[in-house]
Design a protein around this ligand. Structure first.
Ligand SMILES: NC(=O)c1ccc[n+]([C@@H]2O[C@H](COP(=O)([O-])OP(=O)(O)OC[C@H]3O[C@@H](n4cnc5c(N)ncnc54)[C@H](O)[C@@H]3O)[C@@H](O)[C@H]2O)c1
Length: 326
C-alpha cells in the first residue's frame, strides 16, 4: 500500500487536530510542517516521526514530494498558497472559511474550474451521522423555515477579534450553520443582515468585529431562515445549532444530538463517530483514488457558502438586502 505523504501549514490548534488524526491513520504520514517561523515549525514537526519543519511554503513544496497539503491558517492567510498548489497539482484541504473576502476564493475557484484538482474544506459537520440521517429523511418532508444560531464566547486567538483578519463571526463561525442549511435545503437567493457592538469593543481596543448579528435568508426553494450570532457570552456558555419547522415535525439539531419531534413521538439521534476523522479519511481516500465523490465539502462547493458570507458583509455595509447572482 502506498504511504500518503502530507504537509501541514500552520502550527496552531487545528493543525494539531488534523495532524493527530492523520498520524493515527494507517498508511498516512505527516512529513512536513510550515509555520510562521523555523522554530515554531520544527517544534511542531518534532511530535511526528520523520517530519521536517519549514518557514517558507515554496521551499517545503520544493524539498518534499507531497501527496496532499493541509492549510490550517486564519482567514487572512488564504490565497497564494492555494494558487501555488493548483499550479503544482497537489491536492489540498483548507480549513474554513476560505478567506476574509470573496476576492481570493473567486480566483481559486476559477483556477479549479479550469484545472480540476482534489480539494476538501473543513465543514466537518456535514460528516455527522445526525446530518446524514437528517439529509436522508428530509426527502419526505417539506421544510417551511429554519432558525439557527452560533452563540458563544469570543475565541482567544488574537486574529479572530480583528475584522480585517478574520472577517467577523458570520465568516469565522456561523458559516458552519449557513453551510449546513445550504447542504440540507439548497441554494440561497437573498440575504439581509444587521450587526452591532454591545460588549466586546468596550472591553479591549483591538476588537473590530461586531459582537451581535442577525441574518435573514431567502432560499431558492422558498424556504426562509434566520441565523443569529453573538460572541459576548462568558467562556463555557454556548448555544449552537438550528431548528427546522416542516410539514411533519420540529427538528432540532445541535452538535450534541438531533431531535425529531412529531405530534406523536420524539426521536433522538445521537452522534457516535468523530466527524473530523471522517472528513480527513474522505480527503485521504480522494488523494489515493483521484476521485472526490466521498468529499462532502469540496472547494467549489464551499465557495458557494463563502459567497453568502460575502453577501452578508455587503448587506451590513450597504444596509440593504443583497441578491446572490445564480
Ligand atoms: N472546522 C472546525 O471545526 C474548526 C475549528 C477550529 C478552527 N478552525 C479553523 O482553522 C483555522 C485556524 O484556526 P486555529 O484555531 O488553528 O488558529 P490558530 O491561531 O491556533 O493557528 C493558526 C496558525 O496559522 C499560522 N499562520 C498564520 N499565517 C500563516 C501563514 N501565512 N503561513 C503559515 N502559517 C501561518 C499561525 O502562526 C498559527 O500557527 C481558522 O480558519 C479556523 O476557523 C476550524
Amino acid at each position: 500500500m502506498m504511504t500518503v505523504k502530507i504537509g501541514i501549514v500552520g502550527t496552531g490548534n487545528f493543525s494539531q487536530k488534523h495532524a493527530e488524526i492523520l498520524t493515527a491513520m494507517e498508511g498516512v504520514m505527516v512529513v512536513a510542517v510550515c509555520g510562521t517561523s523555523q522554530q515554531k515549525a520544527e517544534r511542531f514537526a518534532e511530535q511526528f516521526d520523520g517530519a521536517k519543519g519549514y518557514e517558507n511554503f515554496e521551499t517545503m513544496l520544493d524539498k518534499q514530494a507531497l501527496d496532499g497539503v493541509y492549510l490550517c491558517v486564519p482567514p487572512m492567510a488564504h490565497g497564494e498558497m492555494e494558487l501555488e498548489l493548483i499550479k503544482r497539482r497537489i491536492p489540498f484541504f483548507v480549513e474554513k472559511p476560505l478567506g476574509v473576502t470573496i476576492d481570493k476564493p473567486e480566483e481559486i475557484f476559477a483556477a479549479l474550474t479550469r484545472q480540476p484538482l482534489v480539494t476538501a474544506v473543513g465543514y466537518h459537520f456535514r460528516y455527522r451521522e445526525s446530518i446524514q440521517y437528517l439529509k436522508d429523511i428530509l426527502k419526505d418532508h417539506t421544510v417551511g423555515m429554519v432558525t439557527g444560531q452560533w452563540m458563544g464566547a469570543m475565541p482567544g486567538v488574537s486574529w479572530w477579534r480583528n475584522q480585517a483578519l478574520s472577517g467577523g463571526q458570520f465568516n469565522e463561525q456561523t458559516t458552519h450553520i449557513v453551510d449546513l442549511m445550504r447542504y440540507l435545503i439548497g441554494e440561497v437567493v437573498e440575504v439581509q443582515a444587521y450587526v452591532g457592538n454591545r460588549v466586546m469593543a468596550n472591553q479591549a481596543d483591538d476588537v473590530t468585529v461586531a459582537d451581535v448579528g442577525t441574518l435573514n435568508i431567502q432560499f431558492a426553494s422558498g424556504v426562509v431562515a434566520n441565523v443569529t450570532n453573538t460572541c459576548i457570552l462568558p467562556e463555557g456558555l454556548d448555544a449552537v445549532g438550528f431548528t427546522m419547522y416542516t410539514d411533519q415535525a420540529i427538528i432540532r439539531w445541535t452538535p450534541d444530538e438531533l431531535i425529531i419531534e412529531t405530534a406523536k413521538e420524539k426521536q433522538i439521534i445521537p452522534d457516535t463517530l468523530d466527524a473530523y476523522w471522517l472528513e480527513d479519511e474522505a480527503f485521504i481516500a480522494a488523494i489515493t483514488s483521484g476521485e472526490d465523490q466521498q468529499v462532502l465539502s469540496t472547494y467549489s462547493d464551499a465557495f458557494q457558502t463563502q459567497r453568502i458570507t460575502d453577501a452578508v458583509q455587503s448587506s451590513v455595509e450597504k444596509k440593504a438586502p443583497i441578491k446572490l447572482k445564480s
